[in-house]
Ligand binder design. Structure first.
Ligand SMILES: Nc1ccn([C@@H]2O[C@H](COP(=O)(O)OP(=O)(O)OP(=O)(O)O)[C@@H](O)[C@H]2O)c(=O)n1
Ligand SMILES: C[C@](O)(CO)[C@H](O)COP(=O)(O)O
Length: 228
């Protein structure tokens, strides 16, 4: 089933502390963004890749993707000051029936997770990648524990997040009207009272956020090279 994907890539990478867009950092000798693009570029069901970027990163992004086999599918759209605004800008360039949103900072997504998400979005309207929480989660007031959260039923949410296009467009427009800022697309859809399905992903689908994530990334790539 065909889909389009918005890949937010317009962040500043502050927590990575690299002083530049973290998607330009090389892992296994290739920029992170190329590794993220690989799986969508190779997927015949992916009709279009909408890459949201900051204007000052444009020439570097264009140079990097110029030799990528999926470059014909890629459309650049300027992002915004918040991830949500970047995605909304990308949405305005999207078409088709199913839209995915996948962080540029998650280079290890698997094709079979994508296809399950697309099917679930078609069937239910919205579906998101997630893995079960492994640690105990507690709520604290500064450094004092106030509550241990019941871990059963808790999920660590990832991307891709997949939607029927009108659902996601309406959710963003409602959030804009209500000046609501969420940390993922699903939260905007949940506010509309619509169902969001969980599709179990895998723990390799990490988001490269802080420096130690870079050596987790090297380990994941080494594992994949050994598995062939
Ligand atoms: N205004 C923004 C902020 C983030 N992103 C993208 O959204 C994804 C997830 O965001 P995050 O990991 O928070 O990236 P940064 O915002 O760059 O990181 P930081 O918060 O540490 O600055 C990244 O691929 C990032 O490029 C975006 O397109 N537009
Ligand atoms: C969308 C997301 O990746 C789901 O876990 C996460 O919320 C993005 O958070 P960030 O702080 O914008 O990276």
């Amino acid at each position: 089933m065909d889909y389009q994907v918005i890949i937010p890539a317009a962040g500043a990478g502050k927590r990575m502390g690299a002083g530049r867009n973290k998607l330009f950092i090389e892992v296994d000798s290739r920029p992170v963004i190329l590794q993220t693009l690989d799986v969508f570029a190779a997927d015949d069901n992916c009709e279009k890749i909408i890459l949201t970027i900051q204007p000052n990163d444009e020439s570097q992004f264009r140079d990097i993707v110029a030799s990528h086999p999926g470059k014909e599918k890629i459309e650049f759209v300027y992002g915004g000051d918040e991830r949500q605004y970047s995605v909304y800008n990308g949405l305005k360039a999207a078409g088709g029936r199913i839209i995915l949103v996948h962080d540029g900072a998650r280079p290890f997504i698997r094709r079979h997770t994508i296809s399950r998400l697309v099917q679930a979005a078609h069937d239910h309207g919205a579906a998101i990648a997630a893995v079960p929480v492994k640690d105990t989660i507690k709520r604290a007031d500064r450094d004092k524990v106030v509550e241990t959260v019941d871990r059963s039923g808790l999920w660590q949410i990832q991307t891709p997040q997949a939607f029927r296009l009108p659902i996601l467009m309406n959710a963003h427009e409602q959030a804009k009207e209500q000046q609501y800022l969420g940390t993922d697309e699903a939260s905007l859809v949940e506010r509309m009272g619509l169902p969001v399905m969980i599709i179990e992903s895998d723990y390799d689908n990490i988001k490269l956020t802080t420096p130690e994530d870079l050596y987790f990334a090297e380990a994941i790539l080494a594992k994949r090279r050994n598995l062939g």
